[in-house]
Write a protein that binds this ligand. Structure first.
Ligand code: BG6
Length: 461
C-alpha cells in the first residue's frame, strides 16, 4: 500500500460526467481519499467533449455519500485535485494536444508518475478513443516515467463476438494485454473475492465440489430499480449483455473452475479460461428450451419505444462439458424491476433422503454479504423432528464494513494487479457461449414475457 502512496498518479477519466462515473467511480475516489489510500501527489483529469466546469462534475457527489460519512474537506480536496480537458474525440490532433497537456501535468508531479486511463464511454466511441490514444502515443511512458500507462475499460466489452474481437485487437495493438484492465466490478465484491479461498482452503468443500455431490448451481442478480436514465445504453444492451455475459459468467467461472496453480493473477486467469472453454456453446435449436427473457411492463413507455424487444430479465441454463461437472445445470438469472435487490450464488447439494431438505450453500454477494450453509438439525424437544437451520458467516459481524467494489477496482489498477479483471480471452469466450441466444432473440419476438414491475423472479416463466 505504501509504495503505491509514494508514486505520483494521474487518473484520466473519459466520461467523468456520465452515469457510471457519477454513481460508482467518483464516490469510490472520495472514500479512498478520505481514508488516505490514494497518493498525495494525485491529479484527476476529466475528459469531455463539452466544456464542463469541475464544480459541475462534483455538484451531486454529496448525494451519493452517506450522511455520516460526508466530509467537506475531502470533497474540496478531491475537487481541487481535478481539472477538465475538453477533447474532440473524433480528432487525432486533439489527442496529440491532449498528450502534451498530460506531459505538462506529469512534469509538475515530478519523476516516476503512473498514468491510468479510465474509459467509461459508449462502446461506439470506445474504438475511436483507443485508436487515437494509441496513434498519438498515449500508451507509451513519458521519459520520466518508470512504467507503461494502464487502460481501464468498462463493460460491456463489445456487443457480440465480432465487435468484441475488434475491441480486443485495437487495445492489443496499442496497449497490450498487460496494460489492459477490463473492469467487472462484481469480481471485486467482497464475497466474490472469497469464493476461491472458501473453495480451495477448506478441505471439506474441496472434496465434494463436483457433479457427484452437487445437483445445481444457480447465480442470481436481481435489481428492484429499473433502467433509471440509461435509455439509449439499455436499449442497445439488455439484461443478457449487461449482466450475464459479464458479471454472472465471471462468477460462474470462479465457482466451478479447477484449482489454479497459484493465486497469482495469470494462474487464476488460466484456470478461468479453461473452464469457460468447457462451457458448451448454446445452439440455435436449444435457445427456446434453455433461455428465457422478459421485460417489465412499463419499460416500453419509459424508453419511448412501443416495439422494444430489449429484455430486462434473462435466465439461462448452461452446461460445462468436463468430467467434474457433466450434466449439472448452471442457472444464471438477472433482471431489473424485480421485487428485491439481491445477488447470490446458490450451490445445492444432492440429497438421496426424501425425508430431508437439501443442503444449500449460499454466497451472499449483496445485501448482507456473507456465506450461509443450510443444514438439517433436530428440533429441540422430545420429538425427533428435523428442520432446516442456517450456519452463517456475516462480513459485517465479523469484520465491520467491507470495501466497496469500485474502491478495490481502483486500488488494484494502481497496484497493477489484474486478478480481479477479465482477460480478453475470457470475454471472447463468454460471447461465444451466448452468441446464438442473442441472434435468435433478435429475430423472434413471440417469447418475450411481459412482467409487472416488482414481480418476484420465480414468477417469470
Ligand atoms: C452494472 C450494470 O454493471 O451493474 C447496471 O450495467 C447495474 O445495469 C449495476 O445496475 C449494478 O451494480 P451493483 O454493484 O449496484 O449491484
Amino acid at each position: 500500500m505504501n509504495e503505491q502512496l509514494d508514486t505520483p498518479l494521474i487518473i484520466i477519466i473519459f466520461g467523468i460526467s456520465g452515469d457510471l462515473s457519477q454513481r460508482k467511480l467518483l464516490p469510490a475516489l472520495y472514500h479512498l481519499m478520505k481514508r488516505d489510500e490514494l497518493p498525495s501527489d494525485l491529479r484527476i483529469v476529466g475528459v469531455s467533449r463539452r466544456n464542463i466546469e469541475v464544480a459541475s462534475v462534483y455538484e451531486n457527489l454529496h448525494e451519493r455519500i452517506a450522511e455520516d460519512d460526508l466530509d467537506s474537506e475531502t470533497l474540496s480536496r478531491l475537487q481541487a485535485s481535478t481539472e477538465m480537458f475538453q477533447l474532440d474525440t473524433e480528432s487525432k490532433e486533439a489527442y496529440a494536444a491532449f498528450k502534451e497537456h498530460l506531459r505538462n501535468v506529469s512534469d509538475k508531479l515530478g519523476d516516476g508518475v503512473s498514468r491510468i486511463y479510465y474509459l467509461s464511454i459508449p462502446a461506439q466511441a470506445f474504438m475511436t478513443a483507443v485508436h487515437y490514444l494509441g496513434e498519438t502515443g498515449h500508451h507509451e511512458p513519458f521519459a520520466s516515467d518508470s512504467e507503461r500507462p494502464r487502460i481501464l475499460i468498462e463493460k460491456p466489452f463489445g456487443y457480440d463476438t465480432h465487435s468484441a474481437k475488434e475491441l480486443v485487437s485495437v487495445v492489443d495493438e496499442h496497449f497490450g494485454e498487460l496494460q489492459a484492465y477490463r473492469i467487472d466490478h462484481y469480481l471485486a465484491k467482497e464475497t466474490a473475492q472469497n469464493i476461491l479461498t472458501f473453495r480451495f482452503r477448506n478441505p471439506l468443500f474441496k472434496s465434494i465440489w463436483n457433479a457427484k455431490h452437487i445437483e445445481q448451481i444457480k447465480i442470481v442478480a436481481h435489481e428492484s430499480i429499473g433502467i433509471e436514465n440509461r435509455v439509449s445504453f439499455y436499449e442497445q444492451t439488455g439484461a443478457l449483455r449487461d449482466f450475464i455475459q459479464s458479471h454472472l459468467i465471471q462468477l460462474l467461472a470462479l465457482v466451478v473452475m479447477e484449482e489454479p496453480d497459484s493465486f497469482e493473477s495469470h494462474d487464476i486467469h488460466a484456470a478461468k479460461l479453461r473452464l469457460l472453454e468447457d462451457i458448451k456453446t448454446i445452439s440455435t435449436d436449444e435457445v427456446s428450451a434453455i433461455a428465457l427473457r422478459g421485460q417489465y411492463d412499463s419499460y416500453r413507455h419509459e424508453v419511448g419505444n412501443k416495439d422494444s424487444l430489449t429484455e430486462t430479465f434473462a435466465r439461462l441454463t448452461l452446461h460445462v462439458h468436463n468430467a467434474q461437472w457433466r450434466d449439472i445445470p448452471m442457472v444464471l438469472e438477472t433482471g431489473k424491476g424485480l421485487r428485491d435487490k439481491t445477488s447470490k450464488i446458490l450451490v445445492t447439494f444432492k440429497n438421496e433422503d426424501p425425508e430431508c431438505g437439501p443442503n444449500i450453500l449460499t454466497f451472499r454477494i449483496q445485501p448482507r454479504e456473507g456465506i450461509t450453509m443450510s443444514l438439517q438439525a433436530k428440533r429441540p424437544g422430545l420429538d425427533k423432528d428435523t428442520e432446516t437451520v442456517e450456519m452463517e458467516f456475516d462480513y459485517e459481524k465479523s469484520y465491520g464494513n467491507t470495501t466497496e467494489a469500485y474502491e478495490r477496482v481502483i486500488i488494484d489498477a494502481i497496484r497493477a494487479d489484474q486478478s480481479l479483471f477479465a482477460s480478453a480471452d475470457e470475454v471472447l469466450s463468454s460471447w461465444r457461449i451466448m452468441e446464438n441466444v442473442l441472434t435468435s432473440w433478435q429475430k423472434n419476438s413471440h417469447d418475450l414475457r411481459i412482467y409487472p414491475i416488482g414481480s418476484p423472479a420465480e414468477e417469470i416463466n
